[in-house]
Design a protein around this ligand. Sequence first.
Ligand code: RP5
Length: 164
Amino acid sequence: MPRKVAVIMGSDSDLDAMRPCINRLKAFGIPTQVRIISAHRTPAAAERFAANALEEGFGVIIAAAGKAAHLAGVLAAYTTLPVIGVPMKTSLMGGMDSLLSMVQMPKGIPVACVAVDGADNAAILAAQMLALSDDALMDKLAQFKAGMAAEVMEKDQNIQLEEF
Ligand code: RP5
């Protein structure tokens, strides 16, 4: 049974930014559960989810939050599963508040943090983690990378036809 990915958002206001993550996981065929759990508004639910996630068949937790974005760190505190944080863009310095809240985790409780609004990369990183024990998924990732390379090479060919 393949391990699932949890996509946890601190608020439904994070959903639009996280759609690329959910769509990418779906495209890779990864079973995904999407939840809204807040580290400060529903802290007991955050603890419960993270503490049970391994037993419930999850392999990676993706946590999206903005501002004082402690969701990823709180979830990481209650699980040995890898947690990938997605800092949400905010009105303060483009989301620097969210970014630092996630990336500056004190030692012992790491959070793998992608770029501000880096939802797509969070899904790809989660897939790479799961692919370590899933050869079919590793093949899909290889195809995905080859597809990206082919796109860039095509663009390179096309740009050489233009006059500058
Ligand atoms: C965080 O605060 C959420 O992750 C969201 O990014 C931000 C704002 O939440 P709302 O006030 O829009 O619910 O908890």
